[in-house]
Design a protein around this ligand. Structure first.
Ligand code: FES
Length: 157
């Protein structure tokens, strides 16, 4: 994980590719997020300074776009499906097991930044319900036991 200082230097390098026109805000945010995985408060300050707007204005614009993440995600991102097909197959129990095991709620990251948990509406893998996606890989037909085993393996790896 890069330090905050290197991150700021990287963001300044990104800004060099853009004029200070406010219309460049979204492409700048996209590039920063692609580079860092999220948009930190410090990044927001640097961008705000460059475009001569307030961080609050940036936040206001950026929150319209669900693609932007404002907190540092964990090393492993777990998405638990709570869509209809998964709900019918007790997806909520899978979520409950993960909440218990990691001690975090959906939208949160563990203190060691190992895991981020998210609830999603449908992963597009309904035939595999109940499904979870971990680091982009779909794990279908989960049970509370199998998902806990998966997380244990990841935690110990
Ligand atoms: S409802 Fe869960 S994958 Fe579609």
């Amino acid at each position: 994980m890069p330090t905050e200082t290197t991150m700021i230097a990287d963001i300044q390098a990104v800004l060099k590719n853009y004029t200070d026109d406010r219309d460049n805000l979204i492409p700048i945010l996209q590039e920063v997020q692609e580079m860092s995985g999220y948009i930190s408060e410090e990044s927001m300050d640097v961008i705000a300074d460059y475009l001569d707007i307030t961080p609050t204005e940036i936040y206001g614009v950026a929150t319209f776009y669900t693609q932007f993440v404002f907190t540092r995600p964990g090393e492993h991102v777990i998405k638990v499906c709570l869509g209809t097909a998964c709900h019918v197959k007790k997806g909520q129990q899978i979520m409950g097991e993960i909440i218990n095991y990691l001690g975090i709620q959906p939208g949160e990251t563990t203190e060691d930044y190992k895991f981020t948990l998210a609830a999603v509406a449908c992963l597009g893998s309904c035939a595999l319900a109940p499904a979870v996606v971990i680091d982009g890989e779909v794990y279908g037909r989960q049970t509370p036991q199998s998902v806990k085993k998966l997380l244990k393996e990841i935690r110990e790896s």
